[in-house]
Design a protein around this ligand. Sequence first.
Ligand SMILES: Cc1ncc(COP(=O)(O)O)c(C=O)c1O
Length: 352
Amino acid sequence: MDYGTAPEVSAALHTAIDQGVLGYLSPAIAGDMAVETSRYMREQCGWDVAPEHVHPVSDVMAALGVAISQYTPRGSAVIVPTPAYMPFLSFPPTRNRSVIEVPGIVDDGRYTHDLAAIDAAFKAGARTFVLCNPHNPTGTVFTRVELGAIAEVVERNGGRVFADEIHAPLRFDGREHIPYASISTAAAAHTITGTSASKAWNIPGLKAAQLITSNEADAEIYRGFGFAVQHGASTLGVVATTAAYRDGDAWLGEVVEYLDGNRRLLGSLLAELAPAIGYSIPDATYIAWLDCRALAIEGSPAEFFREHAGVTVTDGELCGAGYAGYVRFVFAMPRPILDQAVRAIAAAVATL
Ligand SMILES: Cc1ncc(COP(=O)(O)O)c(C=O)c1O
């Protein structure tokens, strides 16, 4: 995202540096983040999370690592709905876990899960389901009914969920974010949630995220190893996160409004200049999932755009098997650059 961060976050960082708050993460600083995360979840998402259940980690991928290595049987497979955020596919194998890819269903341009295929993957031995809500890369914000249907499948199979909710603050049209673990006692009992202020407030390099446990049994297990995981969270990252959740609303509101304009501008530019590229306007995130299958590109569309338009996008193939004809386009940039990028893509497409 090209918009810097909230002035309140910058100010908190400057103050911390001026005061020499550069040591190891103290219980007081970690506690402040837990209190602010808990308040944010309650006020913004109606989720009652005790501060004691909010644990600092370096990043959401570390939380995923904990969820699969500490809460599921050794060697059990991980279900990743596709298309997926690329590391969901590449990360579990580094923890000796195989991935079962489950392609999603697109209904009238809206991405959702294939529950029968997820059920089959659990029956084939998988134990963890990775839920990405809001969904990267398609931008779907799942409804309470959809989340409930997932919980039923997971419960039926005695599985677990890793709920990645990092994009939750970046929603449009007043859409409601429903934390998965908040929907029922059963969901709370089988879920580890990973989230972070790092996407919305643009601070991923500061290395701080939150792993949230939602039942006492998981919290108790966490106490046995959590000190080692917490060691990865940076003090300045935790300070910045606390400021973001506590004071960063106004800045975030402006950013979301700007991104809302960008997702619409992207739609109108594509419709006018490159109508063969499929685009469903996302409900959340600053990512567009572009269907380039109708273009006569030989090979990877991402490579084509890089070479012939000077625009870097993510190759859809990295998001799962069967998505070679797609690209992932990040539109969190100034509008003149977005305009320039789409015009360059359209000009390259016109040469085909
Ligand atoms: C869905 C999703 N999860 C996790 C991450 C990475 O988060 P972190 O840097 O905290 O591991 C990203 C980054 O883009 C993301 O889009």
